[in-house]
Design a protein around this ligand. Sequence first.
Ligand code: CU
Length: 346
Amino acid sequence: MNRRNFLKFSSAGIASAMLGTAGLISWVPRAHAATIRKTYYITEGFITQPDGVDVYFRGFSSSTNSLNTPGEHIIAQEGDTIDITIVNTLGTSHSFVVDGMFDSGRIRGGESRRFTFEAKNPGTHMYYDGRNAPYNRVTGLHGGLAVMPAGSDDELYDGSNRFVQQYFWIFNDIDPAWNNAVRNGQTPPSNYTPRYFTLNGLSGRPPGAPGYGDPTIDSMHDPRSALYGGLGDRALVRCLNPGLVQHAVHTHANHMEWLATNGQPRPDVWLKDIVPLDGNGSVDVIFPFEPAPDAWPPMTNSTLQQAKDEGRKSAYPMHLHDEMTQTAGGGLYMFGALTDIFYEPK
Ligand SMILES: [Cu+2]
């Protein structure tokens, strides 16, 4: 039997991810196509969950010594060449797939493979391991790919509503028994009982809990997840769900502009404070930083400044409207897939 040294992480390997792509997604459009290069290392390890339990994951990681789930996002523009190297450090076979764009086929244990494909279909895509479906995907082998329309820096697709800043919200739901079965090369049990719910690999921590406010642990303060904006800003949020549970994404403060579901632009943009997110699906929304209609006193730059001067945060939660997702370990409340929307004075 091979001796395997498992990596162990207190959170989702975010420290290394943040060096590469801190905060929201940045993008500068170009008149010409370019080549976007990325190397992912398929790694495994344990990530400590909010109740102290170490759970097994695999990820498309940024180095052999990290475990990133989700993997770092890719952003490209329509027509670009995406040049990917996959280093499979594990003994098992994996793949790299983007539906409608590319399928690497089998990448054997210990193998490194490099391949290129063209960025197509402006919008939001998931890259994932299509082998042993859906188990490898839900065990952590997934990430986001944003394809910008050629020459544009503020549209989801040509002619869409425009945004100012953009983010990925990649949700996952985790049944440790499934992850453990994948680790042991077994078929997971037929019943699926998720015990942990994550946003960009992290769970929320309520005030007073260990890790509260730590951006490497607490999804409510993770700059990849928390929305920060001033009045007039507009945040495109590319929501992906590699998990199996259908969710209902819900924001306080304002309704979202619901642009697309599962890659399909909607014929009409509806304003909703809850949008459905399918298992293995996606939804794209814009959160408009308009004055929250139920704020008192009325929200203006001067009231936001006053709140800031007094040390108060003008924060509104995002959570999923399926109640179990706000918990960890079968009932620990406010340790689930949550984040905050912070209004700042301009
Ligand atoms: Cu709520």
